[in-house]
Design a protein around this ligand. Structure first.
Ligand code: C5J
Length: 221
C-alpha cells in the first residue's frame, strides 16, 4: 500500500510493504521505577507518556500487516559483551547489579524485558543489542535487507540516546526514518524538544518527525 505521511520538514511517501515499525527499548528497566533509568537518577514516569500512543501505532501496524521489530538493550549474564567503559561510569556500576526487577540490563531478567502493553507477538523479531544503536553488533540490517525494508517508523526510549543513535545509524545505511514525536520520550523535556528538532533540521538531515495521529491518518486507507 503506497501512502504519504504528513511530517516535518516535508511530507514523505512510503510503501507499507517496505516499511517497518521499530520500537526501541520499551523495557521495564527504562520506563519503570527500580531499573536502570531510575538508578541513573531519572524520573521514569516521564517515559510513560509514550506508551499509549505507541500501543495504538503498534495495533495499527499489526492490523495493516506492517513488519514490526522490537529492540532491547542489555547484556549476557556474564557481562562479557559489556565494554568496561559502559559497565562502570565514574566508578559507579549499575549494569548487572541486583534490583527489584532482577539484575539490571541483563538478558532474561524481568527488568530487561518489554513492558506488557507493547509485548511482541510471535513472529515479530526482537533484537537484543549490547549498545545504544540497534545496528551495532546485531543482525538488524540483515533482517531489514532480507525484507526489502526501505522506511522505518520509529518509536521508543530514550529519544536522545537509543532512538537517536539508531536513527543516525539507519540513515547512514540508507533508510528513511520517521520518528513519531509522541511515541518517543526522554527523561529530560528539553532533550525531547531539541532531540526532535535535530532530526528534522536542515531538510531532514537524518530523518522526519511526525506523530501517532498523522501515522494513523496516513495508514487508514
Ligand atoms: C539509555 C536507551 N538511555 N535505551 N538507553 O541508556 O536509550
Amino acid at each position: 500500500m503506497k501512502v504519504r505521511i504528513q511530517a516535518e520538514p516535508f511530507e514523505l511517501p512510503f510503501d507499507t510493504r517496505t516499511t517497518a515499525l521499530v520500537i526501541i527499548d520499551m523495557q521495564r528497566d527504562f520506563v519503570l521505577p527500580g531499573g536502570f533509568g531510575e538508578k541513573l537518577g531519572n524520573d521514569t514516569s516521564l517515559l510513560l507518556a509514550a506508551v499509549e500512543p505507541t500501543r495504538l501505532v503498534l495495533e495499527q501496524a499489526r492490523r495493516i500487516g506492517m513488519f514490526v521489530i522490537h529492540t532491547r538493550e542489555g547484556h549476557r549474564p556474564d557481562l562479557s559483551d559489556c565494554p568496561p567503559a559502559k559497565l562502570t561510569r565514574g566508578g559507579v556500576t549499575f549494569i548487572g547489579e541486583p534490583s527489584p526487577m532482577g539484575r539490571i540490563l541483563v538478558r532474561g531478567e524481568q527488568g530487561h524485558d518489554i513492558i506488557h502493553q507493547l509485548y511482541p507477538l510471535a513472529g515479530e523479531p526482537v533484537i537484543d543489542k549490547p549498545g545504544k544503536g540497534s545496528f551495532h553488533a546485531t543482525d538488524l540490517h540483515q533482517i531489514l535487507t532480507n525484507r526489502d525494508i526501505k522506511t522505518l517508523i520509529v518509536c521508543g526510549v530514550t529519544l536522545e540516546v537509543c532512538v537517536h543513535t539508531t536513527v543516525r545509524e539507519a540513515n547512514d545505511r540508507g533508510y528513511e526514518c520517521v520518528v513519531l514525536s509522541d511515541c518517543v520520550a526522554s527523561y529530560f523535556p528539553e532533550f525531547q524538544r531539541v532531540g526532535l528538532e535535530m532530526i528534522k533540521a536542515q531538510g531532514a538531515i537524518f530523518g522526519w518527525v511526525s506523530d501517532s495521529e498523522r501515522f494513523m491518518k496516513a495508514t487508514n486507507v
